[in-house]
Design a protein around this ligand. Structure first.
Ligand code: AVI
Length: 368
């Protein structure tokens, strides 16, 4: 959903259950935080909030949980994977032998980052869903070496990860201005609607776009095209269609990290909404839906029982074998995605892939 209200960066006191105590290395300056003893001109962390309400949209009121758990079949929004533990588990998933997307995209960036710089020239780099910014370093290195980056803007909902990676990055790239923004993609895009004279490249890596439904994906690309000005760039990472066996192995790893990641969503709901999910009564399942070209992750209930979510004043009855859909991860066809981008005015300039065509990176430019 795209937020119509205008967005500005403001200080808020509580996000995702993490309180300001954890930010004792930070001091509040006006509407943002800057790291003590850091080069204060160069590193800044801000929270995105709606101007109209002053409300932070990362910390929502759980309406989406009520909606998902009271309909048939049940589902939960995948954003609830990412509390502190969930973000940590996702970092572990990225290192798994079966989970090829991260290392394949990294290899593509290793090989082609200098070519991407050659296409775009100097620009402001805006990363949606930056996480620990690991792969980003390959791009930053290439831009930095050629003195082509004017600024790096990592955007993530996780305050802890954003702070930690921004501090690290500032040490590694001491002359690079970094403006970390804590918030959702929607907030970030609304914030970036303001025109800027600088050339910008928004990048969205890791095939996170695969976690959007087809309709959300169209809306997202439309919004990207609205936010950019003619001549700006968009770099998109997408996981490509491939045999079900490879995909199902990637989402059912032998060490059970993906299972822990999926189940952690219930722990997250437990602390956030004072719920009493018993994790032993649910199991992880990931299947490839060939017709929809998407991995579907479920939590399967093992025994009929009620669950109470105190903060939401909600009791939900679960039947044995009943499933909760927690995530879709769509797998794309490169040509179809190029057409979709083009139809939004985002003209594909170059497609980068690996030798096995597992993963693709598409560099686009908003039509002049
Ligand atoms: C974040 N996103 C792109 C991951 C994916 O592959 O869809 C999330 C994930 N879920 C299970 N493993 C990884």
């Amino acid at each position: 959903m795209i937020i119509a209200a205008s967005i500005q960066a403001v200080k808020v006191d509580f996000i995702l259950g993490i309180d300001r105590e954890q930010s004792k290395n930070w001091r509040i300056i006006g509407e943002s935080m800057q790291l003590k003893q850091s080069n204060q001109e160069l590193l800044q962390i801000e929270y995105l909030a709606t101007v109209a309400t002053g409300q932070n949209l990362v910390k929502d009121d759980g309406k989406d949980v009520i909606e998902g758990l009271t309909k048939t079949p049940k589902s939960l929004p995948s954003k609830y994977f990412y509390d502190r533990q969930g973000s940590q588990l996702f970092e572990e998933i990225c290192q798994l032998p079966e989970y090829y997307p991260t290392r394949t995209e990294t290899a593509i960036l290793q090989e082609y980052a200098p070519e991407i710089v050659a296409y775009t020239g100097a620009c402001e780099l805006i990363e949606l869903g930056s996480g620990s910014s690991t792969k980003t370093r390959l791009l930053l290195d290439a831009y930095y070496q050629q003195q082509k980056s004017s600024k790096y803007v990592p955007i993530d909902v996780s305050e802890t990860i954003l702070q930690a990676s921004a501090i690290e990055l500032q040490k590694e790239y001491p002359n690079l201005p970094i403006q970390g923004l804590i918030g959702t993609y929607e907030q970030a895009l609304a914030y970036y609607r303001n025109a800027s004279d600088n050339t910008r490249m928004i990048f969205f890596l890791g095939s996170s776009i695969g976690n959007f439904s087809a309709a959300e994906c169209d809306k997202f690309l439309e919004e990207i095209a609205t936010v950019l000005k003619a001549g700006d760039y968009f770099l998109l990472g997408i996981d490509l269609q491939k045999p079900a066996a490879i995909l199902e192995a990637a989402y059912n790893d032998a060490q059970g990290v993906t299972a822990a990641f999926n189940l952690n969503m219930l722990s997250h709901l437990n602390w956030r909404f004072q719920a009493d999910f018993n994790l032993d009564l649910f199991s992880h399942q990931a299947i490839y839906n060939q017709d929809q070209s998407q991995i579907e992750m479920y939590l399967i209930c093992q025994k009929t029982h009620p669950v109470h979510l105190k903060k939401l004043d909600l009791t939900v009855n679960f039947q044995a074998s009943e499933s909760i859909l927690t995530e879709i991860s769509r797998k794309f066809n490169l040509e179809t995605m190029e057409k979709d981008l083009e139809s939004q005015g985002l003209k594909p300039l170059k497609v980068f892939t690996d030798p096995e065509n597992l993963f693709g990176l598409i560099l686009c430019q908003l039509s002049l």
